[in-house]
Design a protein around this ligand. Structure first.
Ligand SMILES: [Zn+2]
Ligand SMILES: [Zn+2]
Length: 241
C-alpha cells in the first residue's frame, strides 16, 4: 500500500558529495541525507520517522555539522522525527513553507503519531518561500513552491548537482494525492507545469516516496503529467500521504 519496501540507497552524484536515501516507517517516506564533504555540513530532508537509524547513517560519514532540516511539506510522515533531531542538534535550522503551518498547529494526522513514534514537531526556525536560495558549502538549494498536495509543499532544487527533491508533489510515474485536507488538484497541475518549465531532462528526481527518476523520464512516462496535457488520459492515484 505504501510502496514496495525499497531499501536505502547511496547515490554517486557530484564530487565531494554524499547522498543517501532512507525509506522510513510503514509509509516508506524517503528521508534524504546530503553531506557536502568539503565543509562537513549535512542537510537532512523529511526525517519522518526512525530518527536513530537516520542518525546512525549520518554518523557513517564521519564528523558532521547538521546544518539544515528541510521539510518538503508538513504531513506527519515527513516531519515525525524533526523533533528528535532538534533535541540533539538545537543549532540545526528547521525550514518549512509557511503554507503548511496548519499541520503543526492542528496536527490533523495525529492518529498516525503512535505508529511512527512521532515527536512533537517544533516550530520552524525559518520559513522558506519560492525563490529562496539556501547555501551549504558549495551547494545552493533553490526553493520552488509547488502547492497542490498541500498548500506549503515545496520542491528543493540544486542546479549544479542537478537534483530535485520533489516531496509528494511528483513521484516516479505519478503525483501526490490531492484528496487530503487542503489538497488541490488544479494547483498541483499548475505546480507540475512550473517544475517542468524550470528543470531540464537530466535532473535527477528524489521523490518523497518510491524510487528515484529523472525529469526526462517523467516528462515521457508520468501518467499524471500525461493527464495535465491530455484531459482524457487516466491516472491512478497514489495513496501515500
Ligand atoms: Zn508522504
Ligand atoms: Zn504528503
Amino acid at each position: 500500500m505504501f510502496g514496495k519496501g525499497k531499501s536505502k540507497r547511496h547515490l554517486n552524484i557530484g564530487e565531494d558529495l554524499f547522498i543517501d536515501i532512507i525509506p522510513v516507517s510503514l509509509f516508506k517516506t524517503n528521508c534524504v541525507i546530503i553531506k557536502d564533504l568539503s565543509a562537513n555540513d549535512v542537510a537532512l530532508f523529511d526525517p519522518g520517522a526512525e530518527g536513530e537509524l537516520i542518525l546512525e547513517e549520518i554518523k557513517k560519514f564521519g564528523d558532521f555539522n547538521l546544518k539544515y532540516i528541510f521539510a518538503t511539506h508538513a504531513h506527519l510522515d515527513h516531519i515525525g522525527h524533526v523533533g528528535f533531531f532538534k533535541e540533539k542538534f538545537p543549532d540545526a535550522k528547521f525550514l518549512l513553507h509557511e503554507g503548511d503551518l496548519f499541520f503543526l498547529t492542528e496536527n490533523p494526522f495525529s492518529r498516525f503519531a503512535k505508529r511512527i513514534k512521532a515527536y512533537p514537531c517544533p516550530m520552524p526556525d525559518e520559513f522558506i518561500k519560492d525563490g529562496d536560495k539556501i547555501k551549504m558549502g558549495k551547494l545552493e538549494f533553490e526553493i520552488i513552491h509547488t502547492p497542490g498536495h498541500s498548500p506549503g509543499s515545496v520542491c528543493i532544487y540544486e542546479p549544479d548537482v542537478k537534483i530535485v527533491l520533489t516531496g509528494d508533489t511528483l513521484f516516479r510515474g505519478s503525483a501526490g494525492r490531492t484528496d487530503l485536507i487542503f489538497g488541490n488538484e488544479e494547483q498541483l497541475k499548475i505546480s507540475i507545469r512550473k517544475l517542468l518549465s524550470r528543470l531540464s531532462d537530466d535532473t535527477t528526481v528524489l521523490p518523497g516516496h518510491f524510487d528515484i527518476s529523472t525529469i526526462g523520464e517523467e516528462r515521457r512516462h508520468n501518467s499524471f503529467i500525461n493527464k495535465i496535457y491530455n484531459e482524457n488520459a487516466s491516472c491512478p492515484l497514489h495513496d501515500s500521504f
